[in-house]
Write a protein of this length. Structure first.
Length: 256
């Protein structure tokens, strides 16, 4: 990477990059790692992990050029963090249960956040949640954080009721043709859906990705069936497309 970033003999693309320009590529590579895992393609996973590592190397090189830190410091920092957050492994601490281990982990993270927080302002239990996270993941982290401080439904029936309440409010905003309110209520409905997923012990991001894959498989079935008959999507009525959709569901052995 040092050679790629050489000011006279380096790669023009690499030389043009900065932290902000690399951010979308870093996210993309992380998602491609997840995709390889979901597909069980471990050859692809090996390659995608390398691509993700390249992003770490690039960011570290940019920081080194600015005199901020280098790759060695990145590795050292995460190593120190793992040791600090696992006192039961590295410092002889005792944890009698998974609950105690989880509490110790969260306490260590809380102390880290407090150490980073500005000394002249109030702290929040929501400090440190990254603003650039995908919205579903960010919502889940917000809910997990406040739940650890007692701000949570005690029974799942309350979560279902909240979901129905938000759906009713969205319908009302739609009937009123209030675009701003529709957007707000839709956001509330999605937030409540993530909360339901959390109470069902299901990761909302992973669940939605699975539904996306399922939709793609079924829609591609429709396209294959039409292509086999020499037809295109534009040649079909919605009723015909829906029948093919039902066929796709039957072929996959799923009724939903």
């Amino acid at each position: 990477m040092e050679r790629l970033r050489h000011s006279q003999r380096g790669c023009p693309w690499d030389l043009r990059q900065d932290f902000s320009s690399l951010a979308p590529y870093t996210l993309e590579e992380a998602y491609e790692v997840v995709d390889a895992i979901e597909r069980g393609d471990f050859e692809e996973l090996r390659e995608e992990l390398g691509d993700l590592l390249l992003q770490v190397v690039l960011h570290a090189r940019l920081a080194e050029e600015r005199g901020l830190f280098d790759f060695e410091k990145v590795a050292e920092t995460v190593g120190d963090k793992l040791i600090r957050r696992h006192p039961q492994i590295f410092a002889g601490a005792r944890c009698a249960s998974d609950e105690e281990r989880s509490h110790a982990w969260e306490q260590a993270k809380l102390e880290e956040r407090r150490a980073k927080a500005p000394s002249d302002g109030p702290s929040s239990v929501l400090d440190g949640i990254a603003g650039g996270l995908p919205a579903l993941m960010q919502a889940e982290k917000i809910q997990q954080r406040v739940a650890r401080h007692g701000f949570d439904w005690t029974e799942i029936e309350g979560v279902f009721a909240k979901l129905e309440e938000e759906l009713a409010e969205l319908k009302e905003a739609h009937r009123a043709r209030d675009g701003r309110q529709v957007r707000e209520e839709l956001g509330d409905l999605l937030f409540a859906t993530v909360n339901l997923a959390r109470h069902l012990q299901t990761d909302a991001e992973t669940a939605l990705m699975a539904s996306n894959r399922k939709f793609i498989q079924r829609f591609q079935y429709i396209e294959r069936q039409l292509a086999a008959g020499g037809r295109k999507l534009a040649d079909c009525t919605l009723v015909e497309l829906d029948e093919l959709w039902q066929q796709a569901k039957r072929e996959s052995g799923c009724r939903h």
